[in-house]
Design a protein around this ligand. Structure first.
Ligand code: 9MG
Length: 367
């Protein structure tokens, strides 16, 4: 479904006034609305309307948005506005009142950024435990590389890589464990082994049984936008308007999940940086991140060490893309993204803590 109007929160700021003061103000909207029920607020909206050849964009301050005449768009705009501001449910027990770090544990010999360094079970477990020590709230364990041009991995091989790591980590840490897979059998076995979240970069479009199996597990689900399969996705991606097309896709997948019996409160959405997107698409999505709060679910961003950073700064080796990765994580968090998926947990944690204190203007920003 293509909407005709989309709302992107802008003028986003750290909420310095107490919620009490906001609730009691005569015109509460003038003080901004909480972004996704969190510590950030927004005071204006960019109103985007699809039109050919380019999307039209106008900015309205929140007070005018409430008093303005939305004509035929009134219902749609009211729905989005509510989705933009209402609080999000916990994800696998984690509150989202502060940014959460998902540390990447690749159990693949061909992973793009750590070159298979942690391919063995014990190495992967040790790496995961180190990331928890460094501040990861969630570990994302994956046995199939999804980097551009990578081949699919047979289900038996993926199970052989992933399940022992989930079992061992489950026995050793209370950190939330996510499993990055597109395959229903891996989802089923990962849930039985103690996984807390399923992260499917195909948003349940790869394996026809995956949606039903995921619903049966009862676990929270990350659904990500991708155009095409990892093997070919970056050959020739095409969009009318990438930011809005990604929104429509994710909204459609949320509806599919809900229809399959997964409550909306268990969903997390991810615009899929680098998945069927060229550089100009990726930066457009980064600039449009706050729009995706209109989906009404928590947002996850994964830009760590990705090619976009290499292209922007001419850095070939993925391991040299840490500063750019931190910039992406902070750009996401400043737009209200609740979870960042990263390789460099310690560095990301430091960047987030400093940013939060500076944005709040007090060390209490760290609470
Ligand atoms: C597995 N994987 C690789 N990149 C990713 C991203 O950006 N988001 C999510 N959810 N998973 C990813």
């Amino acid at each position: 479904m293509k909407r005709s109007v989309y709302l992107q929160p802008s003028a986003i700021f750290w909420d310095r006034s107490s919620r009490h003061a906001i609730d009691e103000a005569d015109v509460p909207e003038w003080k901004g609305l909480p972004l996704a029920g969190g510590r950030l607020s927004f005071a204006a909206l960019d109103v985007l309307t699809r039109s050919s050849p380019e999307t039209k964009r106008r900015t309205v301050i929140l007070g005018d948005a409430f008093s303005g005449d939305w004509g035929r768009e009134a219902l749609s705009a009211a729905d989005i506005l509510q989705a933009l501001s209402e609080p999000r449910a916990r994800v696998a027990g984690l509150s989202l009142d502060r940014p959460r770090i998902m540390g990447i544990v690749n159990v693949t010999p061909d992973s793009f950024s750590d070159g298979g360094q942690f391919a063995g079970t014990e190495d992967a477990v040790a790496h995961g435990l180190r990331l928890v020590e460094e501040g990861a709230d969630i570990l994302d364990i994956g046995g199939e590389s999804t980097r551009p041009q990578s081949d699919t991995v047979a289900v038996d091989e993926e199970l052989r890589r992933v399940i022992p790591v989930v079992e061992r980590l489950r026995a050793k840490t209370d950190a939330v464990i996510s499993v990055d897979t597109r395959k229903s059998e891996v989802m089923r076995r990962a849930a039985a082994a103690g996984a807390d979240i399923l992260n499917d970069v195909s948003a349940f479009t790869y394996d026809p049984e995956a949606l039903e199996v995921a619903a049966e597990t009862g676990l929270p689900i990350v659904i990500m936008h991708a155009q095409g399969d990892p093997k070919t996705m970056n050959d020739n991606p095409k969009y009318d308007d990438v930011v809005l097309d990604v929104f429509d896709y994710l909204e459609g997948r949320i509806q599919a999940c809900v229809a399959a019996g997964i409550p909306k409160a268990k969903l997390v959405a991810d615009p899929g940086i680098g998945f069927g997107k060229h550089l100009h698409h990726n930066v457009a999505v980064m600039a449009g991140l706050s729009l995706y709060h209109g989906l009404g679910v928590p947002l996850l961003l994964g830009a760590s060490r990705k090619k976009m950073i290499g292209q922007l700064c001419n850095v070939e080796d993925a391991k040299d893309r840490v500063p750019g990765s931190l910039a992406c994580a902070i750009a996401g968090i400043a737009a209200g993204v609740q979870i960042v998926r990263v390789h460099d947990v310690k560095e990301t944690k430091q960047a987030i803590e400093v940013w939060r204190a500076c944005a709040a203007g007090t060390e209490k920003g760290l609470d």
